[in-house]
Design a binder for this molecule. Sequence first.
Ligand SMILES: Nc1ncnc2c1ncn2[C@@H]1O[C@H](COP(=O)(O)OP(=O)(O)OP(=O)(O)O)[C@@H](O)[C@H]1O
Ligand SMILES: [Mg+2]
Length: 263
Amino acid sequence: MTNVNNQENIAIRTVNLNLWYGSFQALFDVNLAIKQGIITSMIGPSGCGKSTVLRSVDRINERLGYVRIDGAIQVLDKNVYDADVDLAQLRKQVGMVFQRPNPLPISIFDNIIFGHRIHRSPEQKISRSEEEAIVEAALRRVLLWDKVKDKLKRKATLDLSLEERQKLCIARLLPVKPAVLLMDEPCSALDPKGTSAVEELIWELRGEYTILLVTHNMAQARRASDECVFMLMGRVMEHSKTDDMFVTPAKRETADYIEGRYG
Ligand SMILES: Nc1ncnc2c1ncn2[C@@H]1O[C@H](COP(=O)(O)OP(=O)(O)OP(=O)(O)O)[C@@H](O)[C@H]1O
Ligand SMILES: [Mg+2]
């Protein structure tokens, strides 16, 4: 890795992370230090392991019985693969946004409060008006409140555009106060207008959350991130400030990728 300042707080750290799908090795000695409170984009050709890294951080990879991991992944200094890690607690800390917006087929209100209801302790008594305040705050945060405030009881899968659904999927993570948001090509299903709206929203959340954003869109990485990680064939090739990477990439492979010579 180059140009990464170690003085700052690190939200996600991987240490010599290797990962195999069966006998196929998808990650090789991945050492990442993702800083708190900024947006880090992750770029690289299809199949280089970007989604695999994200899915390892919140441990959804292991649902596949044939995944083996070696090395460590720390979220806020705690190794997420330690025996005493509570998966529910981990998922509360780490929110994930996918390529296709996937709201649950329940009301907009229930989508937003769903995670909060699951994660709060049974003793915690929350009134309806408190829930309403939580839902309103989350929807306001993603700039969706005015649009949906009169149809909170409508199914979220019915009359929202893709852009609005993706904003909703981001909003529903917020009530449990995650430390980290992982976003795997969150705009790739959206049209240009939707893309810039969701990009602006992601930028809005900067500072409050640590965001790791996978994208195939070079312009998006450039516009919407502070630091950038370039991966190639399961390895981290370069990690630097986004401006530096796009202006003076340290590696030949990075320059080739940025200039569109492959992938
Ligand atoms: N569930 C799986 N089982 C077996 N191999 C997998 C699985 N998921 C991913 N792989 C392989 O691991 C490698 C990395 O895949 P991954 O999905 O992480 O790449 P990516 O960088 O996210 O690609 P893309 O840009 O196309 O989304 C690829 O060779 C892929 O074929
Ligand atoms: Mg992917």
